[in-house]
Design a protein around this ligand. Structure first.
Ligand code: HAM
Length: 428
């Protein structure tokens, strides 16, 4: 049983510690993502957690919830206005332009893993600091890439043992066809203004497409009757979307068309998608979301360059693995625990600890505990494979006991041979 001690300080609201016992899930998720990203030709990019605030305002969009309500802002002593990143895409695009990646052969495929910050109302699966794995493919129009990104998500989830997931997909058109649809939508909503929620009253003015995915019951009923964007797509967007769906069929990826899916970020064009657990309890947690953003790089000062990407919410993936009781097998450990007795034993074991560690052996000890019994108890708790016991007698004789913690059998060997002996036993 874990016993909590009192602290004078509390963790900030909406944030979580990832304690050592949780790390097994995170390590697994991160390593699967890193391997899959590499196998699809993605290179890792790390960008700062802090960026210029205007980068997000321009990219994510001034009238989105993220910018209006959820940014963690700060002003430096030099009066620079910075924000903790609420998402990766703007920073990665800035780095692509600033770091000269635009002169590389395209498509440029980049992935990142790290924290994002959104000042949201905390609840399960929604945190103020959460972690994303973010994928971007820059410089390619082809709808095959939109489908392949979704496939990447499913490759990752398969490796993690997560099944029963479903893609929701839509196209929100381009700068040519969307204004026309926007007009139709405004006309539809204009006469119903008194019906929708106060948030949507504001959205109606600045961002009418967002009315479609409002979670308020009356708003979502209205959205069902609203004109659908799919009927207003231009030929190019229409055939792009059809191809994405054909590729998904080809890859046997489960999806449903959701005409109300518009996403809460302004840069998207054409394909948008989210991936959800097929849960029976209808909780509102998407595991992943993304889409195409063919106009963003130009908006940030670059050449007109198409791009598509998505991000996975790692906290939600870990929560789902636990909820579904998926077994994650720990990396096989060959922990060596060093037990010492008396002053000479302690001195010699300090040196031996370094030798074992340098030989690549995972080593632990408890130098402050003085009885063999208490040290062996810790070795047991840590599930050590072998204990090396250096008592007073052994220290004087320059020998050491190797104890197999599984069988309890013991063997005395000369001290200078112990590293070799242990390595032989665990076949390193
Ligand atoms: P997003 O849909 O805002 O997209 O976030 C992607 C995923 O991050 C969500 O589906 C969710 O799993 C996770 N997530 C977001 N906010 C939270 C939170 N407060 N707590 C826990 N998990 C959260 C983006 O961020 C885009 N930048 C994705 C993208 C990349 N589009 C193109 N390229």
């Amino acid at each position: 049983m874990s016993k909590k001690s009192k602290s004078k300080f509390k963790i900030p609201r909406g944030m979580r510690d990832i304690l050592p016992k949780e790390q097994i899930y995170w390590e697994k998720v991160r390593s699967v993502i890193g391997n899959v990203a590499g196998s699809y030709g993605f290179e890792r990019i790390d960008t700062p957690i802090l960026e210029e605030r205007d980068l997000f305002i321009k990219s994510t969009g001034a009238y989105t919830d993220i910018i209006e309500k959820e940014m963690f802002n700060l002003t430096t002593k030099g009066r620079d206005k910075l924000s903790l990143r609420p998402e990766f895409t703007p920073g990665v695009m800035r780095a692509y332009l600033e770091g000269g990646l635009s002169s590389l052969p395209h498509p440029v495929k980049l992935y990142s893993i790290g924290p994002i910050f959104r000042y949201e109302r905390p609840q399960k699966g929604r945190y103020r600091q959460s972690y994303q794995a973010n994928f971007e493919v820059i410089g390619e129009q082809d709808p095959v890439l939109d489908a392949q990104l979704i496939q990447i998500f499913f490759s990752i989830s398969k490796k993690l043992g997560l099944k029963k997931l479903i893609t929701q997909i839509n196209s929100i058109g381009c700068f040519k066809c969307r204004p026309n649809y926007r007009k139709k939508l405004v006309n539809f909503y204009r006469n119903r203004k008194k019906d929708f929620c106060s948030n949507c009253q504001r959205r109606f003015q600045y961002n009418p497409l967002r009315l479609l995915d409002c979670k308020n019951e009356i708003c979502s009923q209205l959205a069902q009757e609203a004109p659908q964007i799919i009927d207003s797509l231009c030929d190019e967007c229409n055939s792009h979307f059809k191809s994405v769906l054909e590729y998904l069929d080809e890859l046997e990826i489960p999806y449903i068309l959701n005409p109300c899916l518009v996403r809460g970020l302004d840069y998207y064009t054409k394909t948008v998608f989210e991936i959800w657990p097929e849960e029976e309890d209808g909780r509102q947690v998407s595991l992943s979301g993304g889409g195409r953003y063919d106009g963003l790089i130009k908006l940030l000062g670059g050449q007109d360059t198409p791009a598509v990407g998505f991000a996975i919410g790692l906290d939600r993936i870990v929560n789902l693995i636990k909820e579904r009781e998926i077994k994650i097998t720990p990396r096989k450990k060959h922990l060596i625990f060093l037990v010492q007795l008396g002053e000479l034993g302690k001195k010699k074991s300090l040196k031996l600890f370094e030798e074992l560690r340098q030989a690549g052996l995972e080593t632990a000890s408890s130098f402050s505990k003085n009885t063999i019994k208490s040290q062996l108890r810790i070795a047991n708790k840590l599930q050590a494979r072998f204990a090396l016991i250096l008592g007073q007698k052994e220290a004087l004789e320059d020998s050491i006991i190797i104890r197999d913690m599984e069988t309890g059998s013991q063997k005395i060997v000369p001290l200078f041979k112990v590293v070799k002996e242990v390595k032989k036993k665990i076949k390193l």
